[in-house]
Design a protein around this ligand. Structure first.
Ligand SMILES: Cc1ncc(COP(=O)(O)O)c(C=O)c1O
Length: 396
């Protein structure tokens, strides 16, 4: 602004008073996914006093549904008001002191980010890597845990950047042989592919509200095994205040020896009400049907994509994640033009590649309410039309 022109305090205010018109899209990116009508309705509720008995009741209900979702009886199962990244940071900072040893199985962007987080807390990190489309074997993980004398192994279950699904069975008992804990980033995979916290002996698992669960972004959902809870309580240095699971655990009434439900910070009753509704829908449908539906619809997508000449980026079917499908960019097609076409003409948003898929593949999320055959049919029609139009434009 030029020095001679006086500030106009009024006009910006008048501008912001105009209604912001939101267009609705079918969100087939790596998340957030569209909300159900029930979740939208829950979002229109008035706020609650965060210390009221109604809020406590809602927290108790959410906690019980989370235990079902995570397939666990862990008392320390709770919600923190942060996104999935904050959930991963909560795990690292509650289980490890600086100088502790961490192995990260990096299968894409999310493992890289956990490495960055850990280094900021001066944790001693060994990162192991696989080429795109591949997952770790139990032997590779065991070699790394053993050689680094790790206190914690961190793996990503559904890698939304590369489209792979890391097999988890057997890793927990292997880690425990070496007195190492196992943490799992299930931000993208929870409510998509099977995950059994207790049966597979997972010590810390994190997911987020906005993917297959289908509620607004802004909450991370966490569970810690009794082994992990013991480690949290024995930690030498304090965790960052906001992420302190001993404080948030008190608020969510997770400890058998203290039911004081002390306030930690103002928890959004509106986000919690939406999450409660989304979880209730998962519980009503039943987890096995939810998992089966995601598998069925992703397999249907892979088949329909093959029919129009599109190929999956992850070649081995057994390595593919059923939440996010990465499709190779078809030759002669500008992926950004194709993404723009399906958005403008069909109101569908899909994502470009990230990490291992950068400039190599597009990413399609069939998460939660969007995992339906009619969504697949509409999307494939949009992609087919888009490719034909772009090729026509190119040849004219
Ligand atoms: C596997 C995985 N981990 C972590 C995250 C980060 O979650 P957020 O964006 O909610 O912080 C994502 C987000 O896409 C993810 O897919």
């Amino acid at each position: 602004m030029s020095a001679s022109k006086p500030l106009d305090y009024e006009s910006p205010h008048k501008k912001s008073a105009k209604k912001f018109i939101l267009k609705e899209y079918i969100q087939l990116t790596a998340g957030p996914a569209n909300f159900s009508d029930r979740v939208l309705q829950a979002l229109s509720m008035q706020c609650l006093n965060p210390l009221s008995k109604e809020m406590h009741l809602m927290m108790d209900e959410v906690k019980a549904m989370l235990q079902y979702l995570f397939q666990t009886t862990n008392p320390l199962t709770l919600v923190n008001q942060t996104s999935g990244s904050g959930g991963n940071e909560s795990i690292l900072t509650n289980l490890l002191d600086s100088g502790d040893k961490l192995v990260i199985a990096v299968g894409g962007t999310w493992g890289e980010k956990v490495q960055d987080m850990a280094q900021r807390y001066a944790i001693d990190v060994l990162a192991i890597r696989k080429p795109p489309g591949e997952i770790f074997t139990l032997e590779e993980l065991e070699d790394a845990v053993k050689s680094h004398q790790a206190n914690l192994l961190f793996v990503t279950h559904g890698e939304s950047s590369g489209g792979t699904l890391q097999q988890l069975e057997g890793i927990g008992p292997m880690c425990h042989k070496y007195d190492c804990l196992l943490a799992v980033d299930a931000v993208a995979s929870m409510g998509v592919d099977p995950l059994y916290t207790d049966r597979w002996q997972l010590d810390a698992v994190c997911t987020a509200s906005q993917k297959a669960i289908g509620s607004p972004p802004g909450l991370c959902l966490l569970t810690f095994s009794p082994r992990a809870e013991k480690r949290i309580k024995a930690k030498k240095t304090k965790s960052p205040y906001y992420f302190d699971m001993t404080r948030q655990g008190l608020y969510f009434d997770c400890f058998v020896d203290d039911h004081s439900r002390q306030y930690h910070y103002t928890f959004s009753s509106n986000l919690l009400a939406a999450l409660r509704e989304a979880l209730a829908q998962v519980c009503e449908e039943g987890l096995s049907e939810v998992w089966e539906r995601h598998k069925r619809n992703s397999e249907y997508l892979w088949k329909k994509m093959g029919d129009i000449g599109l190929e999956c980026f992850v070649e081995k079917v057994q390595n593919r994640f059923h939440g996010i499908t990465c499709i190779k960019i078809p030759s002669g097609i500008d992926q950004l033009e194709l993404l723009k076409f399906v958005k403008d003409k069909y109101d569908i948003e899909i994502a470009y590649g990230h990490g291992p898929t950068l400039n190599k593949a597009m990413r399609i999320g069939l998460l939660g309410q969007n995992s339906r055959p009619e969504v697949v049919d509409y999307l494939v029609q949009a992609l087919k039309d888009g490719m034909e139009q772009l090729i026509k434009r190119g040849t004219n």
